[in-house]
Design a protein around this ligand. Structure first.
Ligand SMILES: [Fe+2]
Length: 196
């Protein structure tokens, strides 16, 4: 079994355990019995925070966090933005890896799923995308903002829903953040765009 099959099965098990109705349409589209794409590992400097992520408290599903930290060096970590848009310090503390979707190791045209990693003291600027999104923080305490609402701390295990094109932002303080993201609907192959 490919490494990515193992982590995908663990993600699904973890989401099913949450038993949140909002997850049902995402889980209904979960790819079954698909042949995995080969992944060329690609590292980013944000992976230097993995030991802190593995030891963070609180964590949601410590087993899944540990498994992700173990396989992270085998995954392809990517960035959406250029240095001109977000600056070098952000790019040094930011990365995501798609597990399921148009480009990830488990192909799907219906749903995307992956991991976001942010270093400590990092602000992910306000952005939006066409796909509907659920975030599930797994490790680290970060503040999140939706639209013009007040910033709100969302501990690991909290499900965060973003409607299509709803602006959102997040910022970490002392701890790095590891979060799971799920996308569905139109725009799965599109990128997030920063708000002006
Ligand atoms: Fe998003």
């Amino acid at each position: 079994m490919a490494v990515t099959d193992g982590i995908a099965a663990s993600v699904r098990r973890s989401l099913e355990r949450l038993a949140e109705p909002a997850l049902a349409p995402f889980l209904a589209e979960w790819p079954q019995n698909v042949a995995a794409r080969a992944v060329v590992p690609h590292s980013l400097s944000v992976l230097r925070w993995l030991p802190e992520v593995a030891a963070a408290a609180p964590r949601f599903d410590a087993e899944l966090v540990g498994e992700l930290c173990d396989v992270a060096p085998l995954l392809a970590w990517r960035q959406t933005y250029s240095v001109g848009e977000v600056g070098p310090q952000f790019l040094d503390n930011y990365g995501w890896s798609e597990l399921i979707g148009h480009r990830g190791p488990l192909p799907s045209e219906r749903v995307a799923c992956g991991f976001l990693l942010l270093g400590p003291a990092t602000s992910y600027p306000r952005h939006h995308h066409q796909a509907e999104e659920l975030y599930l923080p797994l490790a680290g305490l970060a503040a999140w903002q939706q639209g013009d609402d007040a910033w709100c701390e969302r501990p690991p295990g909290t499900l965060i829903h973003h409607r299509s094109d709803e602006p959102h932002a997040m910022k970490t303080s002392a701890q790095p953040l590891l979060a799971l993201y799920l996308w569905r609907g139109e725009g799965l192959s599109g990128n997030a765009r920063l708000d002006q």
